[in-house]
Write a protein that binds this ligand. Structure first.
Ligand code: ADP
Ligand code: MG
Length: 705
């Protein structure tokens, strides 16, 4: 007779005790179905593709003495019950001792049924599996997985799969449901034989079967590390489905109409003439790429990646100019008011003398001002509109929107970007240019961004001086203040960035206000300014203006300056509690300096002791200023899930493949997806449909945004 944890018969995880035993173990089938559905397991194929998260080795029995000596490891032992009692201290629990020829061990149950007390009567032979701990009364197993067995009962000869399970779903039930589904499902291999041969891919059915029922001689290491050919086949299929789905979304986009912005004319040329500098080679290249896209009559969807300070704004302005030259409007949206306002000022200063009407639209405008701005946009008088997400509010109608430019696109949700896409007129979808200073590693770009063209500015404008970065212990802040003072006396300006606005007892972070006061007191001959997120936009702007004009020497700021702020004379950056910031944030912040010709310095103040991750981050910051290298290390430290926000990342949609380690499979899948779709034959279309149906079912829409 098998299995006996009340709620969790054969609970595979010995360390998870069953919850309070309220429900009866036997449940009608309908309820199992709904529990399976909660795990997303609706069809037979869903069940078949519900693969083990790990495997347990139940093929061995360890003598009790040896298991106790090993301690701290999961072991399986077998013995006869020598003691069975219910203890009440410190709480009601069932204590069972079992013994073999070598020693004895206690099994402890905090939750148990009366039937278990009887079942584990003295003299019963028990096989138990759990981590051995050394408690007050000697060696014990807490809530082991156990079975009543007869002497000499055979052991399984292969690894036991452990499935991701939900509330109230036991491994036994899952195993049975999966086994049933395995018998019913259509096993047709959706990857053509020729591809399998070329890529040396395992066949679908044997691969899946092996993962559910590993044979005794399986390479255990490869199985657990998910490097076994069977895993590779499953990962390939999963990635192929993702690539196919994204490429189909791309095809669908091409079928939508967009205004062809064919005229690169007067405005673009005049603009290039008034620019005080020449475009870098990289800027010229991406401008060319964008120009070609804008001429097409289907919507561009292009991501412009360029490190902080690489000069994306000019490229954006040129894209806008092309729309305006072609008789359309352009919209530029930024995630914060400060950043949007900077764009507005800069672009207005460039464009207005050339006769372009630029409108300004943010949430903080007074009702009347907003209305006036909206009217300019609706009537088409404003050719260029700059603002925050207020731009996409329903009330704003564009007369003739040709292109939408989104700065720091990762700051906006997918929904917000979709809304902008709908702002076109005459049933046309505006072109989209997204800009980001957070370089996205290649693998991520290929998965999440399969429907995006990517342009990269990989060169900084000339004359930039390298930034020297140092990490400095908090307790040396006096020296740092002295340094700020010296820099100011030389006519240079400094940022001093703090992570929080108000004192948080839990974190004990220095507040911006406090820092501001301390700095103002210790630097009486300098002008110290403060900007933080809770200030009114006008106040903020006044301080920023003072800083831009060189009247404010030291700008104490919360991370509101993180993106986009551009004051070339600022050459010193102090980051307070640098250990609290993420790598890409630190990189963005540091990018605020090093924009002029003066040698720039970034000082990372930290509170010791540093944890290993923080240490790694600060070290990375000291070692490199290359945004791509930093992104790569960030990916290593954090994993891709966090990279773009878990919901947006490609990884979030992947169950088996790992974007970091399986890049080669991503590339194979991408090539095969292109090959299948480009053929366009009914035979291949059927293959694609079958594969998508198998892997995504009705969930394909999810991947399209
Ligand atoms: P980001 O890519 O971070 O948005 P910006 O567009 O703000 O960078 O540009 C950073 C600074 O470099 C700005 O002051 C801008 O005027 C200047 N800049 C941009 N392109 C060039 C260039 N080709 N030569 C010299 N300076 C440039
Ligand atoms: Mg920028």
């Amino acid at each position: 007779m098998p299995a006996t944890n009340p709620k969790n018969p054969e609970s595979a995880s010995a360390s998870t005790p069953p919850k309070a035993a309220a429900k009866k173990p036997a449940k009608p089938a309908a309820s199992i179905e709904s529990k399976l559905a909660k795990l997303g397991l609706r069809t037979d194929m869903d069940l078949v593709l519900h693969l083990p998260m790990r495997y347990e080795d139940e093929t061995q029995i360890v003598p009790i003495r040896e298991a106790c000596l090993r301690g701290g490891h999961v072991s399986q032992v077998e013995g006869v019950v020598t003691k069975n009692e219910i203890a009440y201290k410190p709480r009601r629990q069932l204590l069972v001792s079992i013994a073999d020829e070598t020693s004895d061990i206690q099994l402890r149950f905090m939750n148990f049924y009366g039937s278990q007390v009887k079942q584990l009567a003295e003299g019963t032979r028990v096989r138990a599996r759990a981590e051995v701990r050394h408690g007050f009364f000697g060696a014990e197993m807490v809530h082991p997985v156990y079975k009543i067995v007869n002497e000499g009962a055979p052991l399984p000869n292969a690894l036991t799969p452990v499935y991701p399970a939900g509330e109230g779903l036991s491994q036994t039930v899952l195993r049975r449901a999966i086994a049933d589904a395995m018998r019913r499902v259509d096993w047709t291999d959706t990857v053509p034989q020729s591809v399998r041969t070329r890529l040396n891919l395992a066949e679908f059915q044997p691969a899946v079967r092996l993962l559910h029922y590993p044979p005794p001689d399986v390479d255990e290491h490869a199985l657990t590390e998910r490097t076994h050919p069977a895993w590779n086949r499953v990962k390939f299929d999963e990635l192929l489905a993702q690539q196919l789905s994204l490429k189909r979304a791309q095809q669908a986009r091409r079928e939508k109409g967009a205004p062809s912005l064919a005229a690169v004319g007067q405005l673009s040329e005049a603009f290039l003439k008034v620019l005080p500098f020449a475009l870098t080679g990289a800027q010229q290249r991406v401008v060319k790429e964008i120009r070609a896209d804008l001429v097409e009559d289907y919507p561009m969807q292009r991501l412009l990646q360029g490190d902080v300070g690489s000069g994306k704004t000019v490229v954006a302005a040129l894209a806008a100019a092309q729309a305006i030259d072609s008789g359309y409007q352009a919209a530029l949206m930024a995630p914060t008011e400060i950043l949007a306002e900077q764009h507005f000022r800069k672009i207005a200063a460039w464009m207005e003398p050339l006769g372009v009407k630029v409108a300004w639209l943010t949430g903080s405008l007074k009702k009347k001002e907003k209305q006036a701005a909206s009217e300019l946009v609706e009537s088409g008088q404003a050719q260029l509109v700059v603002g925050t997400h207020a731009l996409i509010q329903d009330t704003v109608q564009f007369a003739k929107l040709g292109i939408v430019i989104v700065d720091e696109q990762h700051r906006f949700g997918v929904g917000q970007r979709l809304l902008l896409r709908n702002k076109g007129s005459d049933g046309l979808v505006p072109h989209q240019l997204m800009m980001s200073a957070t370089p996205i590693p290649r693998t991520l770009a290929m998965t999440y961004y399969a429907d995006l063209e990517v342009s990269i500015i990989d060169e900084l404008p000339p004359g930039r001086s390298p930034i020297v970065t140092r990490a400095i212990d908090q307790n040396r802040r006096d020296e740092v203040i002295e340094r700020v003072h010296a820099a100011a006396l030389e006519g240079r300006q400094a940022y001093w960035v703090c992570p929080l606005i108000e004192e948080s007892e839990a974190l004990q972070l220095q507040t911006a206000t406090e820092t501001f006061e301390t700095l103002a007191a210790s630097l009486p001959d300098l002008v110290v300014g403060l900007v933080h997120g809770r200030m009114k936009p006008a106040e903020k702007q006044a301080i920023m203006d003072g800083f831009s004009a060189g009247e404010v020497h030291v700008l104490v700021a919360t991370t509101v300056i993180e993106v986009g702020v551009d004051v070339p004379n600022a050459s010193l950056m102090v980051i307070e509690h640098a250990e609290r910031f993420g790598l890409s944030q630190l990189h963005q912040l540091r990018g605020r300096v090093g924009r002029g010709s003066a040698a720039s310095v970034c000082l990372l103040l930290y509170q010791s002791p540093l944890g290993p991750v923080a240490k790694q981050r600060l070290m990375t910051m000291r070692e490199t200023t290359d945004g791509f290298e930093i992104a790569r290390r960030d990916l290593e430290i954090r994993g891709p899930g966090e990279f773009l926000g878990a919901r947006q990342s490609g990884q979030a949609m992947l169950r088996f493949a790992n974007l970091e380690t399986d890049q080669w499979i991503v590339e194979q899948a991408r090539d095969v997806a292109a090959w299948l779709l480009d053929a366009g034959t009914p035979e291949f279309d059927a293959i694609v449909d079958a594969h998508l149906q198998r892997w995504l079912g009705g969930r394909e829409e999810f991947l399209k945004v």
